[in-house]
Design a binder for this molecule. Structure first.
Ligand SMILES: [Zn+2]
Length: 444
């Protein structure tokens, strides 16, 4: 039988307050927050957790994840990917449709959602394709995709190069209240490229992907969203100028949102020294000036969301030479730890920004219940120990793939508990319930 749970003296993070507040948090048997007070006396039979010197914050929501099922279950499955999410403090994900086959019909949406309901302990939302087979030639069955419950359409991994098709997709999406998300890239400009184009790519002898290819496409897509009066979400913006274009259109009243990945905030092209394919992603790592502009944009609110673009690839594939290896790194299990280590702990970014951009805003954009820690809300939070450390190795990672630049490195902080409703999805201290083996009814 479930008992009430009392979390004592946690340092509470909220999206709208740069300061943490010490509080006791009481969660009832059904998993609803009963009280958040400076001090709560433990009711009889209540389970008590000492959270002194621990951060408690709303659990994260990642709206850009590649789960690889169906088709590449050797890289990731819905089960391993959603468990990796929990391991990283994330209690909701939006899966991209570039599976094999791609999710380009209502039937495919239904198929992956059935799998997700069966195998994931957190809500796994689905995006459908914009074009059939993600081939860019004809529109996918957008009405059907919508009807079966997809919340977004995107050809992520590729842009919709045909502006006419994107325009029609925006018009459909507006009708169905679907979000159109755009991977911005002019393929004719990036053809064959593997890293950011510039002095550094010439030095390494690696073909380049120019920043202008992303920026031109951002401008085109925003202009089409403006013309069709439709919400567009620009995925993984990586350049200062790209962000500047987004800001300009937002100020013009265009219904646009955008996201940044932790790796585009934390790494630049100059980190690519020894052809390490764990630094090969698309869009590529840009310059240190771009890193600074993105961080500034995140603080000022021009960037709406942090999302990981979790992209699992096998060790075999990532061991290919730099030009041949696939784009992308995993991110679910390192996002919060790396942001804490490199930005929050040194004082470059507040916890409130992480809560706002990585917990509240994605849920708001996707019409989900907010996850703020307040009386009457469903418990949906994590407990983080800022004084502990986490070694990113095979015993920590639950993702099937280990393609991360942090592999075998130690990051500051530790995600100790993840609580969703009446369930403790993760308890790193007791190890129970083991993340992989307890099933629960998915909260939808
Ligand atoms: Zn993409």
């Amino acid at each position: 039988m479930k008992r009430k749970r009392l979390f004592k003296q946690a340092s509470l993070v909220s999206a709208d307050n740069p300061r943490t507040q010490t509080a006791d948090i009481l969660v009832d048997e059904r998993g609803v927050i009963e009280g958040v007070e400076p001090e709560i006396r433990a009711p009889e039979g209540c389970e008590e957790w000492d959270c002194r010197d621990k951060i408690m914050m709303p659990a994260l929501f990642d709206m850009h994840v590649h789960l690889r099922e169906p088709g590449r279950e050797d890289q990731e499955t819905i089960e391993t990917g959603s468990n990796a999410a929990i391991n990283g403090g994330i209690t909701g994900i939006l899966a991209m449709p570039n599976t094999t086959p791609p999710i380009d019909s209502g039937g495919m949406v239904r198929f992956v959602q059935t799998l997700a309901r069966d195998r994931a302990r957190i809500p796994v939302l689905t995006a459908g394709c914009i074009t059939r087979g993600r081939e860019g030639g004809q529109l996918a069955e957008i009405a059907d995709i919508h009807q079966q419950g997809a919340v977004m359409i995107t050809d992520d991994g590729s842009p919709v190069s045909d502006a006419y098709l994107l325009r029609r997709a925006l018009e459909y999406a507006r009708h169905f209240n679907l979000i159109v998300a755009s991977h911005c890239e002019v393929m004719e400009l990036s053809r064959g490229g593997a890293m950011n184009e510039g002095a550094h790519s010439y030095r390494l002898g690696i073909p380049g992907i120019p920043a202008c290819g992303e920026e031109i496409c951002i401008e085109r897509d925003l202009r089409l969203a403006q013309y069709t009066r439709t919400h567009i979400h620009i995925q993984h913006v990586s350049t200062a100028r790209g962000l500047e274009i987004i800001r300009r259109f937002k100020e013009d009243g265009v219904n646009a949102t955008c996201e940044v990945t932790p790796h585009h905030l934390l790494f630049s092209e100059t980190d690519i020294q020894d052809y390490d394919t764990h630094l090969k992603m698309n869009p590529p790592l840009r310059t240190v000036e771009d890193n600074a502009a993105l961080l500034d944009g995140l603080k000022k609110g021009w960037i709406d969301v942090i999302a990981t673009d979790h992209a699992p690839h096998t060790t075999f594939e990532k061991n290919l030479d730099f030009a041949s290896a696939p784009f992308g790194i995993i991110g679910l299990e390192t996002a919060l730890l790396s942001l804490y280590t490199r930005l929050v702990e040194p004082g470059h970014l507040g916890w409130d920004v992480i809560a706002h951009r990585f917990a509240s805003e994605p849920r708001r954009i996707l019409n989900r219940e907010p996850a703020d820690i307040a009386a009457g809300r469903t418990a949906d939070f994590l407990v983080f120990d800022p004084n502990a450390q986490t070694r990113i190795d095979a015993s920590y990672l639950l993702s099937k793939s280990h393609n991360t630049p942090y592999l075998n490195q130690t990051l500051k902080g530790s995600i100790e508990k993840v609580v969703l409703g009446p369930d403790i999805l993760l308890d790193r201290l007791t190890g129970e319930p083991a993340p992989l083996f307890s099933k629960r009814e998915v909260v939808t």
